[in-house]
Design a protein around this ligand. Structure first.
Ligand SMILES: [Cu+2]
Length: 151
């Protein structure tokens, strides 16, 4: 019996949505990852926040208001990735209190862009002041390794 093993490295074309989506959580209204103390900040305020990591089209960004009294939303100011996340989802939510959680999927149109967002109550992303955040969306997706055997 002849057994051949092939390993194929398939690179997804740039700008294609990743097959395997990941979730990145941004805490809204806190000073630390462990839900520290109430503050008008996003944590982390920049994605990706780990060296060598990448946010890709198809990934999910989840905004989570972690203090019920915090009156916030997270609204993009860049047309390549429009969202306005708050208590009513990510379509057009205004700032709101309560322990809301809303998720949005990174679109292909955001590839290679830096997407800026703000809390409309406490930030100005255009000016770079106050309660703001940003997401660097990568242009390329990692190499996928696939193996198969042929007799
Ligand atoms: Cu706010």
């Amino acid at each position: 019996m002849k057994l051949l093993r092939y390993i194929v490295a398939a690179s997804i074309a740039a700008n294609a949505a990743s097959v395997y989506s990941r979730e990145f959580v941004v805490l809204v209204g806190t000073t630390s990852d462990s839900e520290g103390t109430p503050a008008n900040t996003f944590v982390p305020n920049h994605l990706p926040n780990v060296a060598g990591d990448a946010v890709q089209p198809g990934d999910i960004i989840t905004f989570q208001n972690v203090f019920a009294a915090g009156f916030h939303n997270a609204r993009s100011i860049d047309a390549e990735f429009p969202f306005s996340c708050g208590s009513g989802g990510c379509a057009s939510s205004a700032p709101a209190s309560g322990l809301w959680t809303s998720s949005v999927t990174v679109p292909v149109s955001a590839a290679g862009r830096t997407i800026r967002y703000q809390c409309d109550a406490h930030g100005n992303a255009s000016a770079g002041t106050g309660m703001i955040g940003s997401i660097d969306v990568s242009t390329t997706t990692p190499v996928l390794l696939q193996s198969f055997e042929v007799e």
